[in-house]
Design a protein around this ligand. Structure first.
Ligand code: SF4
Length: 400
């Protein structure tokens, strides 16, 4: 490749080259070239310095993914740290209402064990299957994470009492409140409790506390699970979010995980859903609020989806299990007994990285992956993931 030495000396050119290689149709050529980038960056690792460490790690991580390396010198840039898999609510539309597995609280000492990873993270999401704000040691966990780490919590918002608001204000980077109604009746039908007005009051209290202390943190975002029962409320919901000071609204489809939820799925009423998405876009533009609708970038074609999650991301569950993404729930190690760095390159992780992008050995869970970027918004797999009471996919068990 002409000028390759010049490119290798300039990290920004290297970044452009990696983008080019990611799109290159000849995957073998791209892997060979990415391999060269890996060697160059690995040789310079001890000269990265504190300020550039995150940027160079990301370059190396991308190169290692493109080169299909299974043992990595780079670390993930995104992480989920699940504080608990228990919840204060029992919403019928959530897997929580069905799950009968063991409940757990994360041992706060795990936060210190993850210290070597923090300098590389763009996003540390303190969330997972349960309600983060009910962890009894939440305050000490928040204070133990260095302030430079971009932290995020996803919550149903109901445990957001004065004391929690007090220590989250100025110390958490963003708070994502998940609720999907503009009136108390709809809220109660979806969430199973009569708490709509209380929730809104608590959100206002958070915003007032931020203003009083002169801080933007935590930045506020809302999550809306779209279904038959509430899709008509989406435009008004965005207006309400804007009035409450939220910066954005993130919309997801209801996932049908058991038969009784099918009647709430928008899968059977696409025209209505698209009509309200269009209205929602219009309102979001006029309120100047960021709106993320269920992604629709996929062509729906049969091209093979290449997954980068086992390189870029890792999930630490409340039981200490390390899993490679939010979908594949089989543990590759446990942080209570082993350091993250050791698990990151252990045999189980290497085998998984080797198989995930191989059409022949890809796991069944990956074949039905809900985040497959080739899928359209209306792909069946985006709407239906029937599970049993241990959170295992029913189709997967039938295939086994
Ligand atoms: S389940 Fe999906 S996101 Fe997870 S590793 Fe497999 S393909 Fe990637």
């Amino acid at each position: 490749m002409p000028g390759i030495d010049n490119i290798m000396e300039n990290p920004f050119r290297m970044e452009t080259m990696l983008e080019y290689l990611a799109e290159h149709p000849d995957k073998r050529f791209a892997a060979r070239a990415a391999h060269n980038v890996c060697s160059t960056l690995e040789n310079k690792m001890d000269k990265w310095g504190e300020t550039n460490r995150k940027f160079y790690n990301k370059l190396l991580n991308t190169a290692e993914y493109l080169a299909a390396k299974t043992t990595l010198s780079s670390f993930p840039s995104r992480m989920y740290l699940e504080l608990t898999n228990a919840c204060n609510l029992d919403c019928p539309m959530c897997g929580q209402s069905f799950f009968r597995g063991k409940r757990a609280l994360l041992d706060p000492r795990v936060v210190n064990k993850l210290e070597p990873i923090y300098p590389y993270l763009d996003d540390l999401c303190l969330a997972g299957f349960g309600e983060t704000l009910i962890h009894p040691h939440l305050k000490e966990i928040i204070y133990a994470i260095p302030s430079y780490v971009p932290t995020r919590i996803i919550t149903n918002g109901l445990p957001l009492h004065e004391e929690i608001i007090d220590f989250l204000t100025g110390n958490l980077h963003s708070l994502w409140v998940s609720f999907e109604a503009t009136d108390p009746e709809t809220y109660q039908k979806i969430r199973g409790v009569d708490a709509y007005h209380r929730l809104l009051d608590q959100i206002r209290q958070l915003q007032e506390t931020k203003e009083r202390r002169g801080t933007d943190l935590p930045r506020l975002f809302f999550c809306f699970v779209a279904m038959q029962r509430n899709i008509h409320q989406l435009p008004a919901y965005i207006e309400q979010a804007s009035k409450l000071g939220a910066e954005g609204v993130h919309v997801n489809f209801l996932t049908v995980f058991r038969d009784s939820l099918k009647e709430q799925s928008l899968y059977f009423d696409r025209e209505k859903a698209e009509e309200y998405f269009e209205k929602a876009r219009h309102v979001a533009r006029s309120c100047n609020i960021e709106l993320t609708l269920p992604s629709d970038n996929g062509s729906g074609g049969s091209s093979f989806f290449r997954c980068a999650e086992p390189w870029q991301f890792s999930y630490v569950s409340a039981t200490g299990d390390i899993i490679p993404c939010c979908v594949y729930t089989y543990p590759l190690g446990n942080i209570y007994s082993t350091s993250f760095s050791k698990i990151w390159n252990n045999e189980a992780y290497q085998t998984f990285r080797h198989s995930v992008n191989s059409p022949r050995s890809r796991h069944q869970r990956c074949r039905r992956c809900i985040i497959d970027a080739n899928r359209t918004r209306w792909d069946e797999n985006r709407h239906f993931q029937l599970i049993d009471k241990k959170n295992r996919l029913i189709e997967e068990k039938q295939d086994a």
